[in-house]
Write a protein that binds this ligand. Structure first.
Ligand SMILES: [Zn+2]
Length: 166
């Protein structure tokens, strides 16, 4: 069965031993992490979550040869911020399950921009997913770029976009 990531609008065929679950809106991220961590027997994960600041999470667990990826995120009133948050967590999941290529292909298909994301660290890669979703939805809102990884992604996007129009 294919996996569909709605905020990124990317579909892909997962490997047989890969499992993905989008838990949707989660009221309490710390609680979400706690439940899954205990379920998979990895309680040390819960120590890294600052519940007041964390608005979304992508968790990966390994059981023998199987990989399980779970995402959850908070409800956000602003629809564009909510879209960006979902795209962010979906991007983390995408990279863990399928690597960078599907995001790069989606950029090429939708925006006609050839980007290379393979060298990006995880948060900047996830912010590149946010930009893709936001660009498809209209223009990138002025608040985007406040967080360091968003700023880095925006710089990268601008560089590739400029190169593409030359
Ligand atoms: Zn992240």
């Amino acid at each position: 069965m294919k996996i569909y990531l709605p905020a990124l609008d990317i579909e892909f065929q997962p490997r047989k031993n890969h499992h993905y679950e989008d838990h949707g809106i989660v009221d309490n991220i710390a609680h979400f992490v706690e439940i899954l961590s205990f379920q998979y027997g990895a309680p040390e994960l819960t120590m890294n979550v600052n519940s007041s600041r964390t608005i979304g999470k992508c968790l990966t667990f390994w059981r023998g040869k199987k990989t399980f990826v779970h995402i959850g995120y908070k409800q956000i009133e602003n629809p564009k911020k909510y879209l960006a948050l979902r795209a962010h967590e979906e991007s983390h999941a995408l990279r863990r399950l399928r690597g960078c290529k599907p995001l790069e292909l989606a950029y090429w298909k939708e925006l006609g921009i050839p980007i290379s994301t393979v060298d990006l660290e995880g948060e900047t890669f996830a912010a590149m997913g946010e930009i893709l979703a936001l660009k498809r939805d209209g223009e990138i809102p002025p608040w985007f770029g406040a967080r360091p990884e968003e700023f880095r992604a925006l710089q990268l996007y601008d560089r590739f976009a400029r190169r593409a129009t030359q």
